[in-house]
Design a protein around this ligand. Sequence first.
Ligand SMILES: Nc1ncnc2c1ncn2[C@@H]1O[C@H](COP(=O)(O)OP(=O)(O)O)[C@@H](O)[C@H]1O
Ligand SMILES: [Mg+2]
Length: 377
Amino acid sequence: MRTDEKSLPDPWHFGRPELAKAYLHAFDLKLSAARGLFARRRMGKTEFLRRDLMPAAVEHGYLTAYTNLWDNRTSPETALVAALGEALEPKGAAAMLSKLRVPVKKVKASAKIPGGVEGSLEAELGKVGVDRTAALHEVLKQLDRTKKPLLLVIDEAQVLAGADHSDFAHALRAALDIRKDRIKVIFAGSSETTLRAMFARASEPFFNWAPLEPFPLLGDEFVAFTVKLLNSMARQKLTLEQGMRAFDELHRTPEFFKRFIERYMLYQPQGDVAALAYTKASVFSDEHSLTQWHKLKPADRAILYLLARGESDLHSSATLEKLSTMLGKPATRNTTAHALRRLLADNVVTRLAMGDYRIEDEAFAEWIRKRQEPAPE
Ligand SMILES: Nc1ncnc2c1ncn2[C@@H]1O[C@H](COP(=O)(O)OP(=O)(O)O)[C@@H](O)[C@H]1O
Ligand SMILES: [Mg+2]
């Protein structure tokens, strides 16, 4: 989607050509036709996929299709088929539309506007009564004709794990399995728990489809690159040590680090300490966190409060006692279990291992860490 956005060069983008090459090389070796990668939000997955991996794949002779299912939570099916449709030449897309019984006149009109076919494809697919599984087969048939390899990137793929998408997910898996030689798939996601569940449960359509691995995080080289670029424009230079310290204090989160750099650049006379303090205050105490906090049930807040402070055994009697005090009424194992179930379902919390939980969004975790104990309601 939004090809304009991905083709605009961004001087601040730290390219990772080696990593992109490694993924493509693994596909060339035909060891597997799909990979799953996960990392927390704001760590650079999407930027890598769109700015490094997909352009490298195009250079490598691939057609590419990208979809972010989080942005299309209500209809991931439509988003996926539309993304595949965008990989088609206008002629193929028009053929597909006509199969979906869109009046030919409409197809012709939209085909003249650049991007028109894709736009109308998504609109048509979104209509009530459209059989998206049939549309999926149709678009894949059109793609077969191109005889080109295709890289399909499914970002925030965990959305497909929802039970209401199960039929489509089964169809997708079957259709892509028979095209393994030509269609390679990257699944990316922020919720390790849900991704793992998707790929590990024998009853799930995604069972054993792709090996899951952590996405290699941005580190010192990214900081060095950014500091260097900043210094080529700034009057007051930032040292690498100052940059590294800021990166660490922002929990090695690329997005927050970029905000720090921007603040530093705009307020150079104030120096790095002030820029860091400002950035921390703004990212770790968002309005957003407060809104999110207020939407939660008291038990959920209490659990998050404990998790943010590194409480590991949520089911211990000591923890239950703390919970009871916080809630102002006796807490049981059920209190914890229900709260965790809600927090997991909403992707607020991730299960790392049996009984080991983590708050998904580091900014939110830090914000909670700074809060007073939640009062009972
Ligand atoms: N390779 C990179 N070079 C420069 N900045 C990056 C890079 N990757 C991520 N960032 C910064 O971090 C932000 C969040 O990255 P994003 O890819 O959206 O994370 P994710 O998809 O993991 O949530 C980007 O908007 C950008 O500011
Ligand atoms: Mg992303």
